[in-house]
Design a protein. Structure first.
Length: 209
């Protein structure tokens, strides 16, 4: 999967070349207008990198990438439901507009995922994790330290969606987007609070709490 900003010069031939090579092309990190985003969907772009984050938004007179994604049934998207990157109101908007078949819950996690607060690096970039929130030296969000069970719990709290729909957004929909067919023996067991209890690969338990 490659993320591209379609408003950049020469984007269309790059997108078409990638698609011809079997690469999934995702719109993201983009300040495109809704019309430019829609043009990219016409080229064959069918996914969006972390909806609402690092993209033009929902202005009622100048709709941007986020608006184009919500309005086009062909497009799936990643959604960082960590309680920090996207407000609950916007999670509910995405949920009601897109449903479980178009949302792939993602963490946007970097090396500090699941680790204590403190200083870390994203490549050469110095970041600090405080209360689980990752920021660079300018104070801007710089990825996430969330694990997927936290994302699942936040999404359920914000939207009230069912466990079946959570499973779709955290598992079957992401798998379908990248063309992966999971082994029936691959499973994650959660408790009532949606914390991971155990994981299995190919029917064998490889970790348990």
């Amino acid at each position: 999967m490659v993320t591209i900003a379609p408003e950049l010069a020469g984007a269309e031939p790059v997108v078409r070349c990638l698609l011809d090579a079997g690469v999934i092309v995702s719109i993201g990190h983009s300040d495109a207008t809704a019309a430019e985003a829609q043009a990219a969907f016409g080229w064959g772009v069918r996914h969006a990198t972390h909806l609402f984050n690092a993209m033009s938004g929902l202005d009622h007179r100048s709709p941007g990438v986020a608006a184009a994604i919500l309005a086009d049934d062909r497009v799936t998207c990643g959604l960082i439901a960590d309680g920090v990157h996207v407000a609950d109101t916007m999670l509910r908007l995405a949920w009601r507009t897109l449903g479980p078949g178009r949302i792939a819950l993602v963490t946007d996690a970097m090396a500090a995922a699941g680790l204590p607060d403190g200083p870390y690096k994203i490549g050469p970039v110095e970041v600090t994790v405080s209360d689980g929130v990752v920021r660079n030296t300018d104070g801007a969000l710089a990825g996430s330290a969330a694990t997927l069970d936290r994302v699942v719990a936040v999404m359920r709290r914000a939207t009230g969606c069912s466990l079946d729909d959570l499973a779709a957004m955290a598992s079957t929909t992401p798998a379908a987007i990248v063309g992966y067919r999971p082994d029936p023996g691959d499973a994650v067991l959660l408790d009532d609070d949606l914390h991971v209890v155990a994981t299995a690969i190919g029917g064998e338990v490889v970790w348990e709490r």
